[in-house]
Design a protein around this ligand. Structure first.
Ligand SMILES: Cc1cc2nc3c(=O)[nH]c(=O)nc-3n(C[C@H](O)[C@H](O)[C@H](O)COP(=O)(O)O)c2cc1C
Length: 253
């Protein structure tokens, strides 16, 4: 059994490579019974500020995993900051055990820092890295990827930077008049935080995961940041994943 959280398809793509019919966490998080039993149970999710998304943490806390082998694969873009060790630490803190945790580099969808054209042009050796992860999981390798000195320093610097920062700074969006009220943003949001008004879509902070699914999926690029971004004219979705798959994964309407 493989479950996943995705905004732009990277984690869904990896989840599909690791198991048949992966299960979307936003679609099951509110189920009354979150007990899962399987030979292997895995979670695939993006890295946000070196950590797992809030909803994935909540899922791990609430769920019961009856398995001999529990693994977490973290998709990231440029600097994972020790994401596997941090995921292991969090999982232990809620009384559960991870057998294998590893990060895999993909296109970085963090629009404030990265231009999607530049990101898509980088060969991140995804097939090669994925093959290694698949082999590890097939053989039930038990390992938590070490952060290493560089990532530890990066994480330390990041924590100092965000210490006194309003965390909503990364997810305050404005919707421009180019919004055509198509409703795509409302359907790709994993927490139903976007509503349509008579004139345009409206984003609310309520439970926003700062995943950027709405920003990336808007066909007219009407959803913009209130902080500078690298290239407001280009958005991203994993080339192997359709918009329909993102909607099926996240739709709360
Ligand atoms: C709010 C936010 C924070 C992110 N933080 C990091 C980070 O700390 N390090 C990193 O390498 N990538 C970071 N990323 C990039 C994503 O982890 C990466 O693109 C991921 O593969 C996206 O997965 P998805 O397509 O399944 O949503 C961040 C992305 C977002 C939206």
């Amino acid at each position: 059994m493989v479950s996943y959280f995705t905004a732009t398809g990277n984690s869904l793509y990896i989840a599909k490579q690791l198991g048949n019919e992966p299960v979307s966490i936003p679609q099951i998080i509110n189920n009354t019974d979150l007990t899962f039993e399987a030979d292997k149970i895995g979670i695939v999710c993006p890295v946000y500020g070196h950590e797992m998304p809030k909803m994935v943490k909540e899922f791990i806390k609430k769920a019961t995993f009856k398995t001999d082998y529990f693994y977490i694969i973290l998709t990231y873009g440029m600097l994972h900051g020790g994401a596997a060790e941090l995921a292991d630490k969090y999982t232990k803190s809620v009384g559960k055990k991870v057998d294998y945790a590893k990060a895999i580099v993909m296109v970085d969808n963090f629009l404030p820092n990265f231009d999607m054209v530049e990101q898509c042009a980088i060969d991140k050796k995804i097939p090669e890295n994925l093959a290694l992860i698949k082999a590890d999981i097939n053989s039930k390798k038990r390992m938590i990827e070490k952060a290493g000195f560089k990532n530890k320093m990066i994480h330390k610097g990041y924590m100092a930077m965000v210490k006194n920062q309003d965390e909503t700074v990364w997810s305050k969006f404005k919707v421009e008049d180019t919004c055509v009220l198509c409703g795509t943003c409302t359907k790709v949001c994993p927490v139903g935080a976007i509503k349509l008004t008579d004139t345009k879509a409206e984003h609310t902070m309520k439970n926003c995961q700062a995943c950027y699914a709405c920003v990336h999926a808007c066909p007219t690029k009407a959803i913009k940041f209130t902080i500078p971004e690298k290239n407001p004219d280009v958005r991203y979705r994993n080339e192997n994943i359709t918009l329909d798959e993102i909607v099926k994964a996240n739709n709360q309407m």
